[in-house]
Ligand binder design. Structure first.
Ligand SMILES: [Zn+2]
Length: 212
């Protein structure tokens, strides 16, 4: 499988979209975050880590336990985020323990963060959040997820329509008239269009009277 599309418009949505297709309650989708390596590559791809950070994370995760526990935390955050976002979409009524899971990861992330001022060329000092490289990825994901949920305009949140052959991925529709339907027009949108065309042709053939 080639690299997955990044379409969510927010890193927390991109995290949710690492399962394909994304079906509420479904467990048979392809999981793109199968190993700590997958997670590190994905984090670089969505620009959550810069080159230096990616290298520090890679070294910290060279010990198998570090990578495995970071992956486990990231997946817990991912599934909790998905559940909460489904309630925003009205697809699920009860958040269950999802908020507790998020709060636990978020508190831990805040608790072990440090702040320092670092000089930036020409613009003066900038406040930088320091995190143990081993925990950098799950801690940033916890923070990003809470930030998204706090600031989300629910009218912008959409899911690529599963009932019409879409993939169920979540995205922010920032179009002015709220008309975005698909995760991407080149992917699910194009497939749906091709399917409609085939159906129409089939319909036309069926409607044609049989010639003798
Ligand atoms: Zn889709």
């Amino acid at each position: 499988m080639g690299p997955m599309n990044i379409v969510g418009g927010h890193v927390a949505l991109d995290l949710v979209n690492t399962v394909e297709p994304r079906v509420p309650g479904g467990t048979d989708g392809v999981d793109h975050l199968d190993t700590p390596d997958d997670l590190a590559r994905w984090a670089s791809r969505v620009a959550m880590l810069d080159g230096d950070e990616a290298e520090r994370v890679r070294r910290a995760w060279a010990d198998a336990d570090g990578g495995a526990s970071a992956l486990a935390a990231a997946l817990e955050i991912r599934e909790a985020a998905y559940t909460v976002l489904l309630t925003q979409l009205g697809a699920v009524e009860d958040v269950g323990t999802a908020l507790d899971v998020l709060v636990r990861h978020w508190r831990r992330a805040m608790g072990r963060s440090t702040l320092s001022l670092e000089p930036v060329e020409d613009t003066g000092d900038r406040l930088r959040v320091g995190v143990d490289p081993e925990l950098l990825v799950p801690d940033r994901l916890a923070h990003a997820t809470v930030t998204l949920l706090r600031t989300l305009d629910p009218r912008q949140l959409k899911a690529c329509p599963l009932t019409e052959g879409g993939c169920g991925w979540l995205f922010l529709d920032r179009s002015r008239n709220g008309s975005r339907r698909w995760c991407s027009m080149e992917d699910c949108g194009a497939r749906a269009k091709a399917r409609r065309l085939t159906d129409r042709r089939r319909g036309a053939r069926a409607a044609r009277p049989a010639s003798s």
